[in-house]
Design a protein around this ligand. Structure first.
Ligand SMILES: [Zn+2]
Ligand SMILES: [Zn+2]
Length: 285
């Protein structure tokens, strides 16, 4: 199936960072030449439909379901659901607030809202959400976990928060952009299940999901490599002409792409290749 990769952003995210996210998404897809054309990358940024706000008369004509999801504005107008990034970000913030994290963005909620958007059925899409506020993951018991730089969810999308990255790397703007690219590629790896089950060198060591143990793959995680190490290794691999993901992570994601395309022959081939590479790998522990 063909899907658009949309890059959307919270109000206040600088365009230069969005451009490097776009480059990273294109770099990610370039590892999959067979599927690249099925996943065009489009930069939407802070988008709004022309009818995203209604006055009280317009509001009174909305369906009860839509009314329930409207956000009243101080101007007396109402922000309609699924019609702007402002609305989605405000809802994700409200969700974090109720979990005891005011001013943060509930990353899962944001992805849920993007998936519920009525346009998803007519325009299949993966959403890359770039936010300037801290992002948080709220667990099933309503407890907020630590802030996240980023979070990618299978076949759905990802959230990347720039706040802590800017705090940490802001003194070196060019390097900050490389870190943003690294994390975009890492989270896209999660979106397309680059670290799927069945591999010897994949483990969920810190409760943040399955990650790769290969020595310099971008799909490692904090306990094995932090955002700086991931970035330095990615840049070194790039200089050596290597892609950011190890061969196993690439073949793992290829299985996902083949599955999503729905061609059983292609899927068989991708699974065979995955098993072949997997069985020849060593365990790094
Ligand atoms: Zn990860
Ligand atoms: Zn890997």
């Amino acid at each position: 199936m063909r899907k658009q990769i949309f890059i959307v952003s919270q109000h206040g995210v600088e365009p230069e960072y969005l451009r490097c996210v776009k480059e990273a998404a294109e770099e990610f897809m370039s590892m999959f030449p067979q599927y690249k054309d099925d996943y065009p990358v489009k930069l939407l940024g802070e988008w709004r439909d022309s009818d995203y706000l209604v006055d009280i008369r317009g509001y009174s004509r909305l369906s009860p379901e839509e009314k329930a999801k409207c956000i009243p504005m101080t101007t007396g107008e109402y922000m309609r659901p699924y019609k702007s990034t402002d609305w989605a970000m405000a809802e994700a913030k409200r969700s974090a607030y109720y979990a005891g994290r005011p001013h943060q963005i509930d990353a899962m909620k944001l992805l849920d809202l993007m998936n519920e958007d009525p346009t998803v059925s007519s325009i299949p899409q993966i959403n890359i959400n770039i936010v300037k506020d801290d992002a948080v993951v709220v667990d099933e018991n309503g407890r907020p976990n630590n802030f996240v730089y980023g979070m990618g969810r299978g076949d759905s999308g990802l959230v990347l928060s720039l706040k802590r990255l800017k705090d940490r790397y802001g003194h070196n703007p060019e390097y900050l952009k490389e870190v943003i690219k690294t994390l975009t590629i890492h989270e896209l790896g999660h979106v397309f299940s680059a670290t799927r089950d069945g591999r010897h060198n994949v483990a969920n060591r810190d409760g943040y999901g399955a990650h790769c143990d290969c020595p310099d793959c971008v799909m490692r995680t904090d306990s094995r490599a932090d955002s700086k190490k991931l970035t330095d290794d990615r840049l070194r691999r790039k200089r050596e002409g290597k892609p950011p993901l190890c061969p196993e992570c690439i073949s793992s994601a290829e299985v996902t792409f083949a599955y999503l395309r729905g061609n059983s022959q292609e899927l068989d081939g991708a699974i065979k290749k995955f098993n072949y590479i997997k069985d020849r790998s060593e365990t790094y522990s």
